[in-house]
Design a binder for this molecule. Structure first.
Ligand code: ATP
Ligand code: MG
Length: 337
């Protein structure tokens, strides 16, 4: 049996979509390998649990950075292992639609195509993340009507004005969820004299993260090592203090959106004025970000349903018309072997 497949190898999460089944896998883009020979020890959720906790004989890493592959061998191994979890070896996978950032270079594109081909696919079709996310968010991108989609992921914020199946203007920032996690780590070190890990920072962001005051309440206890004593210690963070570390990344995203709007042709701006902005990607869930964007642009801002699954679901939708895409869409880079 042959099945086309959609893949989103996100910086934070890898998702796989199968026709008639939907999203069949959503796991952290992490692989753990033996340091001496790079043999895989664990992948996905299991490898994520090992982050920051491995002995020197094991490395647990994210093989993608800023939305693109930073370690080809590990990315290939990770993808093959994840496909193996959800697709039986008896099933042939002739074609894959894969999301990539808009600012991806040709070299980076080749790395994605190579990883997917090595993972068992015969042909690969690359789709820019905002285009895929727009489809996944339920927007009809075939019309001659402008839609502004901002996909806030882990490594990148990828935004585009889309009309007639194509990108009119786009912008890609290397500031998204991961930058917020880093900012929390630095803030806790500076303000509370405590060194915490990346997973702890991400959990804090999800539990109490907000970019403006008054949109969230609550506390979250973070554990780590005291910088003054070197001993284990903990601090209770309050939601009210979260805007301090998170505002910088949020404001960079807001500035990027304003700059993109300035570059957008007037007819398309008129459409966006009517419809507002669609936010997708897991980063869209940071409390207060939608309001911050809305206040700065004077536009309505919508958060898509299941924002982080939009890109892979949109890629999945594109599977049904892959053959037509081959000739009709310049933004999609079809079938390279
Ligand atoms: N409830 C939440 N609150 C705040 N942030 C969240 C929440 N859920 C997920 N995130 C953040 O969203 C980011 C992941 O989003 P997403 O899965 O869309 O990224 P990705 O596709 O893996 O990355 P990229 O598109 O940059 O390659 C992470 O930084 C994660 O911490
Ligand atoms: Mg993404």
């Amino acid at each position: 049996m042959a099945v086309d497949i959609a893949i989103d190898t996100g910086t934070s999460l890898t998702r796989i979509f199968l026709p008639h089944k939907g999203v069949v896998l959503c796991e952290p883009s992490v692989i753990a390998v033996r340091s001496e020979d790079n043999r895989m020890v664990a992948v996905g959720a299991e490898a994520y649990e090992m982050l920051g906790r491995t002995p020197p004989t094991i490395r647990a890493v994210y093989p993608l950075k800023g939305g693109v592959i930073s370690d080809c061998d590990l990315a290939e191994t990770m993808l093959s292992a994840m496909l193996g979890k959800v697709v039986s070896p008896k099933i042939r996978m002739p074609r894959a639609a894969v999301c990539v950032p808009t600012a991806i270079t040709d070299v980076e594109k080749r790395a994605v195509v190579s990883a997917v081909i090595h993972a068992g696919m015969r042909q690969v079709c690359l789709i820019e993340s905002p285009v895929a996310a727009a489809m996944g968010a339920g927007l009809d991108i075939r019309e001659s009507h402008g839609s502004l989609v901002v996909d806030i992921g882990g490594g990148t914020t990828d935004m585009a004005v889309i009309s007639l199946n194509g990108i009119a203007v786009s912008r890609s920032l290397q500031q998204a969820g991961d930058a917020m996690d880093e900012a929390i780590i630095k803030y806790v070190r500076r303000k509370h004299d405590l060194l915490i890990g990346r997973r702890t920072a991400e959990n804090a962001k999800k539990q109490i993260g907000c970019v403006t005051e008054g949109v969230r309440s609550g506390t979250f206890c973070v554990k780590g090592s005291s910088l003054s004593t070197g001993l284990p210690d903990s601090v209770v963070l309050k939601a009210e203090e979260m805007p301090e570390p998170l505002a910088e990344t949020a404001l960079t995203i807001v500035s990027g959106i304003c700059e993109l709007l300035e570059e957008t042709p007037p007819e398309l701006i008129g459409d966006i004025y009517t419809d507002g902005i669609m936010l997708t990607g897991g980063g869209a869930l940071v409390a207060g970000l939608d309001k911050l964007i809305s206040d700065a642009t004077d536009l309505r801002v919508h958060i898509a349903e299941s924002p982080s699954a939009c890109a892979v679901c949109g890629c999945g939708q594109s599977l049904s018309y892959l053959n037509r895409l081959e000739t009709s869409r310049p933004q999609i880079h079809p079938f390279k072997n």
